[in-house]
Design a binder for this molecule. Structure first.
Ligand SMILES: NC(=O)c1ccc[n+]([C@@H]2O[C@H](COP(=O)([O-])OP(=O)(O)OC[C@H]3O[C@@H](n4cnc5c(N)ncnc54)[C@H](O)[C@@H]3O)[C@@H](O)[C@H]2O)c1
Length: 323
């Protein structure tokens, strides 16, 4: 059987947002596991190069914005794959909607236009990283790629726009593109100092330093938590698998976990955690979420390997050695 992941080995790759949570894990995997030559583009609004540790010496880091196209586009010349992960995070998107639109959608359109208008002989795939937030409050769970999108935040609107541009440039102009829709990714290297850090990163960090875990609302809201190594594998497969071309794939687990349950699992490991229920934010408008992963399983042969208990244990161990 062909191992489609291995097809990335030795390739020349550009990762936007490559210092972010998912981005730096992807970069580390590409460099250390697949011996790739990697250019990282990140303006550090939400990250720091030190996140890559010694691996910083193994990559070509460009501190630029994805909107600085005159500096960005020359970097595309001979790359084989572009992974577009630079983003305005959900909790910041409503406060600065124009910047949200520019970073999440306009940058994508600019890149696709450049690819369309210039012969990039070596480019094998452009991968856009979208979000399951595009499903909003779906009527039935788990949501599949065939379900309607119901955008409930600026972020969801602009991620869907970026994703649609990515698909259109394949359908209309034959560009080699694909997209993934992640669901609540967590794991190694999620900085708790980052104000946009996901709930699990914050909970685990606070539990380990004996600080209060703030639960927005009653804690019975659910999400589908995807471990970082699974998300990285799915992203690479979306780039290398021939059947991912021109398509979009959910990346999740199909399992719903409430915020209260997360706190309970963490408490099994750390004991005596302190919890406080605080009022919900305006972005807390989705009550339940689980993500169908049948399509990515059937077409790309991917399924999640790490369940939420194991993933929390791995993340706790990582924080213990890093804090
Ligand atoms: N983490 C999740 O659970 C999740 C869920 C759904 C979708 N996503 C998507 O996955 C991708 C990566 O998410 P993440 O969690 O790693 O986010 P992150 O915020 O940790 O990383 C984003 C990176 O982009 C950089 N950036 C922001 N604006 C930029 C600009 N104008 N130019 C260059 N760099 C810029 C930031 O400095 C940061 O390093 C994003 O596209 C996001 O929408 C993530």
């Amino acid at each position: 059987m062909i191992n489609h992941l291995d097809k990335i080995s030795g390739k020349k790759i550009l990762v936007t947002g490559g210092l972010g949570f998912i981005g730096h894990n992807l970069v580390k995997t590409l460099v250390n596991q697949y011996n790739c030559s990697v250019i990282v583009v990140d303006n550090c609004v939400n990250s720091d190069p030190s996140i890559l540790g010694d691996d910083l010496n193994k990559i070509n880091f460009q501190k630029i914005s994805v909107l600085e196209t005159e500096k960005l586009f020359p970097l595309f010349v001979d790359v084989n794959f572009i992974f577009h992960l630079a983003c305005k995070q959900i909790s910041a998107s409503g406060k600065d909607p124009l910047d949200d639109m520019r970073v999440n959608a306009e940058s994508t359109l600019l890149i696709l236009e450049f690819i369309k208008n210039n012969k990039l002989a070596n480019l094998e795939r452009f991968v856009y990283t979208s979000s399951c937030s595009v499903y909003g409050s779906a009527a039935s769970l788990p949501v599949t790629e065939n379900d309607a999108t119901i955008v409930l935040s600026n972020y969801a609107a602009t991620k869907l726009l970026g994703e649609n541009y990515t698909l259109i440039y394949n359908r209309s102009y034959g560009l080699p593109t694909s997209s993934v829709r992640y669901s609540n990714v967590y794991g190694y290297g999620q900085s708790p100092r980052n104000p946009y850090c996901g709930v699990l990163g914050k909970f685990i960090h606070n539990a380990l330093i004996n600080e209060t875990l703030n639960i927005f609302g009653d804690g019975e809201q659910t999400r589908d938590y995807t471990f970082i190594t699974d998300a990285v594998d799915a992203t690479i497969l979306a780039a290398t698998h021939p059947k991912a071309l021109g398509d979009v794939f959910n990346v999740g687990t199909g399992v719903e976990t409430s915020v209260n349950k997360l706190a309970e699992i963490i408490n099994n490991y750390t004991k005596n955690i302190k919890i406080e229920n605080v009022p919900e934010r305006d972005i807390d408008n989705i009550r339940r979420r689980s993500i169908g992963v049948e399509k990515i399983h059937q077409i790309l042969g991917w399924s999640p390997k790490v369940n939420v208990r194991k993933g929390i244990e791995e993340t706790l161990n990582w924080y213990k050695t890093t804090l």
